[in-house]
Write a protein that binds this ligand. Sequence first.
Ligand SMILES: [Zn+2]
Length: 712
Amino acid sequence: MIFESPTPSLAACPRCGTGLAVDGNQISCTGCGSDWKIRNGIPRFFDPVYYWGEVPLGEAQSLQSDAQKHGWRQAVEKHFENDRVMAYSILQWQSRASWLPLLGLSEDATALDIGSGYGAITHALARAAKEVYSVEAIPERVEFTSIRLQQEGLTNVRLIQGSATELPLRENVFDLIVVNGVLEWVGEWDLGAPPQDVQLRFLRKVHRMLKPGGVCLLGIENRIGYGNFRGALDHSGLPYTSLMPRWLSSLVLRYSQRAHHRTRLNAKREYRTYTYSELGYRRILGKSGFGAVSFYLADPGYNRPLSLVPLQRNALAAHTLRVASEPILGSRPRWPRLVKLYLSRLGLLRPFVPEFVIIASKDVPDATRKTAGWRRAGAVPPGGMHLDEPSQYLSIGPAGTKAVIRIFGSGDSAPSVIAKASPSNAKADESLISAFRVLSSLQPRLSEERELPFSTPTPVESFSQAGWHFTVETAVPGRPLSELIFLRSHRGRLAFLRNELAQCVEIAAKLPHILKGTVAAHKIDPEWYEIPKGMDLGPGVERTLAAESAKWAKEELCAHGDFTIENVFWDKDAEKASVIDWELPIQGVPPLYDAFTLLFSSLPALDLEHRIISSTDERLTQQFQAAFFSTGPWATTNREILQRISTTPSGADSDIWQELVLSLVIRTRYFLWRQPSLGRQYSRLLEYAVQHEPLFVCGAHRSRRSTPSSRS
Ligand SMILES: [Zn+2]
């Protein structure tokens, strides 16, 4: 990571561009003779006149010494305990660089990170590229990154203390240059010319440093993002300045008394942190020589790009709908979401999205050039599907280890192809490969079931490329139940439960029998039938669970394993359901496990009739009560659904109460493993269920069996 001899091959004199030679602790230009110090193995081309940063100098220094002593992660956790945004931006290197699978980098790529801060993106690049150069001006951050990389065992990074406005690097050498949160500041770092000229000079240099076919990735704010109209702070430290004419912003800055938290303002108090609208960026990037530019909405922001949405009406509408129907929002007012949704459908959201990720190619892309993973030769969707100028809408989970790329044909309102990507040699990579294998073995079998109005994605291809594993499958028709249910009114949701959801529950009850004995599925861990530690439901329940676990293990019924409203799609034209995400099919579960999973996952959609102000935790318990232990309309409907499925399939009776408890225990275990906060909520549902057995909506059903004593 550090400059050892021989001379770093890609460095060049920032003044005259000539090559450099290292001599002891000195690095010097063989052309003009300028020289700089090397300290801790890092060449110091730039000495800032003042410290600049998100945290005070003392804090930055103690962070560094803590990182050395206790490890960089622990140091960040400790120092930013009360600043989750900052902690996230340093720790979550994978999701900070969520855009990597869109770039189609090759194994031997060389990347450059300009303004690398505390090294999160550099860290991600080091895992994805062969060699990485990382430039940062502030010594405290350079030192921190150096410690971080050492502790991670990453040796392919060359750190440089340098200025973005005087880059000590050669031209025509990089495949990827990352300019994340930098372009808006360069006007402040070089006061010798108008800000736009400084930005233009900087971008031209970036353009020249790229190899032919190389790309520059920019993360930056939209000058007219909607947050700015509501008073979000601009880079100046004041609200609204980005929206004003530049001269007016300068005037306001000159006379403002406010503290400028993010920067020491230049002496003239001039507004120099220029941002632009989409059109403005297109103009300045074009002037800098870039051949092709694509824009993405980075949501929630470019420093936390959990979703990257192409600025096209179809993808923006799909994204807005997906966010609007996230279950956690289920009980909040619907209208703000609806407004955004309609704006996106009308194409009115595009100019005002708050933050961009921009991918700018050095030249006009050549059709023969290697493109992003899913489009490589061979990974062509089946059925002669041909996508002209497809747009790729990427989203990742908070852990950042799995990206889902929804690929839209131009003008299509729904994606045609879904690509998934995980970094190779990670756990996520294994689960991706196994999900593809499962789907490949199940899909032919399920497609033979003519009676069942049900389908799965068609697997297309699974392959590795440049440090990433990709799987490609067709998109299923229709929309996820979650998107169909949450935007409805209270009555609409109940009708949905009665009709579409009920049909999906029926399918869920049949599926484990159809998939019986599936080889590709994992056998359930017997522990998942045990009551989680710290819970006491009485010896009766424990005995029952043990007996049931043995019984169902023998049956070899196979469930999808995560049959939730997010994973189940409904095609209203064909009246057909599909389920995606075959990551965890499990064998040895009770027959109604998938059915209950679906019903449990629909709980957040239940509008509580008596709006009791309660915490999110309590709300789920209240919804559970209203759905299964009351006489309300939701519970009545659930009872009807449960009675209908209890005698299917093949006439086998199942004891509804017992299956509810069993499914809850397994679901609790599942979430304690995958999403502990939800697991704790589910364990409260379990307690509630056991304590309120006499009130269960299908109470009458259990008298048909003799065994199910759940309490002693
Ligand atoms: Zn020189």
